[in-house]
Design a protein around this ligand. Sequence first.
Ligand code: NAP
Length: 484
Amino acid sequence: MVSRIIPVENFDLVIIGATGDLARRKILPALYRLFHAGQMPESARIIGAARSDMGRDAFRAVVQDAIRQHVPKDKISADMLAGFLSAIDYTPLDATEDKGWQNLQAMLRADVIRAFYFSVGPQLFAPIAGRLHDHGLVGDSARIVVEKPFGRDLRSARELNAVLAGSFDEHRIYRIDHYLGKETVQNLMAVRFGNMLFEPLWNAQYVDHIQITVAETVGIDGRGPYYDRSGAVRDMVQNHLMQLLCLTAMEPPSIFDPDAVRDEKLKVIRALDPVAPAEIVRGQYRAGGGAACYRDEAENPSSTTESFVALKCHLSNWRWKGTPFYLRTGKRLRARVSEIAVVFKDPPHSIFGPRGPRRGNVLVIRLQPDEGMDLRVTIKEPGPGGMRLIDVPLDMSFAEALGPKGIDIPDAYERLIMDVIRGNQTLFMRGDEVEAAWAWTDPIIAAWEARGDAPVAYDPGGAGPDDSLMLLHRDGRRWREIGK
Ligand code: NAP
């Protein structure tokens, strides 16, 4: 495999919460793959930190286990692993106490980029930002990476932004939404703004509607009580689906520059109309297929938190007035699918009479499984029998299209970590974007809380509640099948 090595400056990356699930499953394996691809400068260092009192060797053993568990075997060799582990160090510290920070300070080099990855619960963001500042760890080049959830409503997001702003300028704060690191998501911008083909049609005049689906097969087992305080709107819609909506709907920025892109995304969020209660469907999965029901997994027998949500929203701007955006996301559904489907209008007149195309073109941007794009077009069915028309997909899987030439598509975390070191914030959420997204989401949640609405039950392994199908049927439309 050929890797396109774009050198980055030397760095010290401190992972606070380095023994946790996210660090072990995502961050450390991503760093190993970067090392394997030759993307990490030779003297770059990764310093783990958490409360667990262990030494460097014990932490290296934790890292080695994580790599063996989460990196494909063909990428692991004894030499490569030993080289990577030699870049790893560890220091115990507690985010809520002053002990340990001076030790971390002594480990950091003055002349390299410093990045601090907050891989801990959000309640620790403020104490960590404060201690980094108070103990003089924030050099000129320091930057911080924070994970979701970024607040649970507008008020808490504002508070968090204000606290971080007390220690770091906005251009040093990297709020991760790993969806933005996916190849297809960036390809959405390349397809839209790098081609003449789509952009003239990308508006309410030609697009009938847009569907954004993020379906999961897993339930909430393992993180039940945590998820139960959040639900699908807070956990998925406010961040991941909102980001996909923004990139689909935004105007072309004048330049591919972090603030130019994020200014355009912000305008989309601010143009979103409030969502009427009748245009939201919330669901909660029943028991089935050998798995427990939502409430058992949430350990809350009277929970009214949604594990599924579908909603219809509109943008009040020139480009999209009149074109609905349908969003849905849920757990324990038939398949694991993330996609954006742009459904074009039917041709205004069929010269082929009743045999003419009955459905408009559909452009599907697939985030998972198998990142790629698919354009449904109408053609003549090959062979004799006159002019019979059929719809066929022009399918482009990135791995298939680009794989044989040797492009190793990086995982979202690999790309995002390197962007942090490069100082490129294009694929990170700005503070005002996050606040605007909560400002749109809060009234939706407040409305059902005020009415005391309970979610409707749905069977696992399907497409969610029937009411979600009705949301589109009422408009003479239908959802794309999940997992077909
Ligand atoms: P986790 O498994 O509970 O790990 C938390 C880490 O923080 C551990 O290393 C823990 O180690 C450390 N820690 C806890 N309290 C600390 C303190 N006072 N001072 C210093 N370190 C402390 O959590 P996680 O799943 O990795 O999640 C981390 C963050 O990422 C959360 O904000 C989560 O919402 C977010 N996130 C996680 C995922 C995921 O897939 N896991 C996905 C998206 C976002 P010690 O106990 O040794 O201190």
